[in-house]
Design a binder for this molecule. Structure first.
Ligand SMILES: [Zn+2]
Length: 340
């Protein structure tokens, strides 16, 4: 009996469109280029950072430099991964963290030479910088600062930074550098789909449609499962000024086999006078066919028109309400606008 039911009730879920996933591919040439570019750059930026921290006079300024150096490491490595067409978030993550680690390590390596100073060291300045890359030297230097304080190691002044206070600063510094590098690196790498067929990134249209609807509308589940007609079932929410849903489309500019739809919930909050746009995914990069894509674009255009009409009607109502409050003086400040 049971074999006559070839389609179990759950089959609609099984045939639901898939969400985009990176293929995980990174070409060996990309890895070589990344290593050739990032290793020397990491050493150079690490040394410059170290010099900035040693020579900058104000502690606040040093903190700021630490913050920006992490962000800079992330930005450089993340954008390079994008340019080199990494299709693996893990490899992008490892590249960002690896680059940051090289920079951080070399900032320690050149630290002794910079603190003691070229004046004191003379011809030994550059050799000590190079020697500093030996982990034993770095460890010895850390132990020296821990026991004696950084100024004692530099030869002048009283021991300002030593012991566990110094260790706490190091931990904070490393956390700040690696934390900001991770955030800015993954943001620079992005999350666009890649068209393996054309070997290029998709282009994403933001705000394809701005829908004054709730992120928890049950129709989203049907849309996620491939029933795009359910877009028309979405209910308009009353508080749509502060929270709405944005439809985004990512497609390959050179073929019609790489189309993805995203529905992103947006909440607007005001933080210290700044308008902040917070995103939560309803679904991101749902695979759609070209025909479905065209349908969604048509829907978005119709929706935009409807929302525009609704706004105009609301405005007209508001104006009528204000006019009623005022004396009917034949105010000419609201002339009829010409139709577009
Ligand atoms: Zn393509």
């Amino acid at each position: 009996m049971s074999d006559t039911f070839s389609d179990p009730p759950g089959s609609t879920i099984a045939s639901a469109p898939t969400l985009y996933r990176h293929s995980g591919k990174v070409s060996p040439a990309s890895l070589v280029i990344a290593a050739v570019v990032l290793i020397p750059l990491g050493v150079l930026f690490g040394a410059i950072y170290s010099a900035a921290v040693v020579y900058l006079p104000f502690i606040k300024l040093r903190g700021l430099v630490t913050f920006f150096v992490g962000g800079g490491f992330g930005l450089i490595a993340g954008s390079l991964c994008f340019k080199l067409k990494y299709r693996s978030r893990l490899m992008a993550f490892l590249t960002v963290i690896g680059f940051t680690a090289i920079g951080y390590y070399s900032s320690w390596a050149v630290h002794p030479a910079l603190v003691i100073g070229p004046g004191e060291l003379g011809g030994d300045f550059v050799p000590l910088m190079i020697q500093g890359f030996d982990p034993i030297v770095i460890l010895g230097w850390m132990k020296g600062i821990f026991a004696e304080g950084i100024w004692a190691m530099g030869g002048g002044g009283a021991g300002a930074l030593s012991g566990w206070g110094a260790v706490a600063i190091w931990v904070l510094e490393a956390a700040l550098i690696f934390g900001t590098a991770y955030v800015s690196g993954m943001a620079a790498y992005g999350n666009r789909p890649f068209c393996e067929h054309c070997y290029r990134w998709n282009e994403e249209t933001e705000e394809l449609a701005v829908l004054p609807v709730s992120t928890t509308d049950p129709a989203w589940m049907q849309i996620r499962n491939g029933n795009f007609d359910a877009l028309k079932k979405l209910q308009i929410a009353s508080d749509s000024d502060a929270a709405y849903v944005e439809l985004r489309l990512a497609d390959c500019p050179t073929c019609d086999e790489s189309d993805y739809l995203s529905a992103i919930g947006i909440t607007l909050t005001v933080d210290e006078g700044q308008l902040k746009k917070n995103e939560t995914d309803i679904f991101r990069h749902l695979s759609v066919t070209r025909a479905q894509r065209d349908e969604i674009v048509d829907f978005a255009a119709a929706m935009a028109e409807a929302v525009q009409l609704m706004r105009e009607e609301e405005e007209a109502l508001n104006e009528a309400a204000t006019d009623e409050d005022e004396l009917p003086t034949g105010d000419p400040s609201h002339p009829n606008e010409p139709a577009p």
